[in-house]
Design a protein around this ligand. Structure first.
Ligand code: DDH
Length: 286
């Protein structure tokens, strides 16, 4: 294994693959952000299982979870980067790709540190069902995100990632984008949550979501039931209002909370070296 850990070079190569004219809205960015989030969002603080360490999505147990449908596109986008920098672990590559993608799409700079291992510790494998279900409500959001160690404000800030990308009926069953420009990071998601009229719509596949149709531009935007739940719950809604009116505050808080997300389950010493990843089994040598 190469000893050189040139993360800057990896960052540059990730940035270069962002432009994908044949894919979705012309960008690999949103699906890379989702890959980073799903790799980390399986964490359970109480049992210290799940999280980005181990890159378990490479294997059927986690990769084949219906909640992860479509994320193979993100992993395939990153293969040339892995081939060029074989020393980097997938666990680092996936989380770094999310951070780089957010920056490339005009989002905030997010602190990121490397050192995750690709060694899968069977005793740390997350069971399926740890990622949120978009058809549910506020109680479900708290159940899922409190488990990871997030509070109400952090749940709302994290949800602002839905400024990016879209739903695909062949992946999640939901369909459409949340905002008009889904490849530019902003607080538009929060503004639209509050300013537009959202009505329930049953899709042909029987899935229910919320939509707004703009007569002038003839465009339909969507929200998941979990997105709408943020406006219906008092404690969540005060942060939706805050982030809708204060984009800078949203960027600041999002940066902190996304950094926390990709560090879940990772312990470091004072120098930033990870102390709970077995370096002999797939991590980095000093
Ligand atoms: Fe999400 N998300 N997400 N999401 N998410 C989907 C797409 C994207 C939920 C459900 C869905 C976060 C939170 C939640 C992104 C980032 C983040 C899709 C559509 C569903 C469904 C998938 C598809 O059909 O392709 C639910 C429910 C929650 C919640 O309960 C809070 C968080 C925390 C993030 C984050 O990054 C911090 C991104 C980006 C996408 C767009 C992906 C794409 O391919 O485009």
């Amino acid at each position: 294994m190469s000893k050189k850990r040139d993360f800057e070079a990896v960052r540059k190569d990730i940035a270069k693959l962002m432009h994908q004219p044949e894919y979705d809205d012309g960008s690999a960015g949103p699906v890379l952000v989702r890959l980073a989030w799903h790799s980390a969002g399986t964490y359970d603080a109480e049992t210290d299982t799940g999280g980005s360490n181990g890159a378990g999505m490479r294997y059927e147990a986690e990769g084949g979870d219906p909640a992860n449908a479509g994320l193979q596109h993100a992993r395939v986008f990153l293969e040339p980067v892995k081939a060029k920098h074989p020393w980097i672990t997938y666990a680092d590559l996936w989380t770094l790709a999310g951070v780089v993608a957010i920056k490339e799409m005009d989002g905030p700079t997010i602190p990121w540190k490397g050192g995750r291992t690709d060694y899968v510790d069977d005793s740390k494998l997350p069971p399926r069902g740890r990622l949120p279900d978009g058809a549910k409500g506020a109680d479900h959001l708290r159940w899922i995100f409190y488990r990871m160690g997030f509070n109400d404000q952090e749940i709302v800030a994290l949800s602002g990632a839905h400024n990016l990308g879209r739903c695909h009926s062949d992946r999640s069953g939901f369909e459409g984008a949340w905002v008009n420009n889904p490849t530019r990071f902003s607080n538009q998601y929060f503004r639209l949550l509050l300013s537009l009229q959202w009505r329930k719509k049953m899709l042909k596949n029987g899935v229910e979501q919320f939509v707004n149709f703009d007569e002038d531009t003839e465009t339909e935007l969507m929200m998941l039931p979990t997105d709408i739940a943020l406006t219906q719950d008092k404690s969540f809604c005060k942060y939706v209002e805050l982030y809708a009116r204060d984009k800078e505050r949203f960027f600041e808080d999002f940066s902190k909370v996304f950094a926390k997300l990709v560090e879940l389950g990772i312990q470091r010493d004072n120098e930033g070296n990870i102390t709970n990843s077995d370096n002999e089994k797939g991590g980095y040598h000093a």
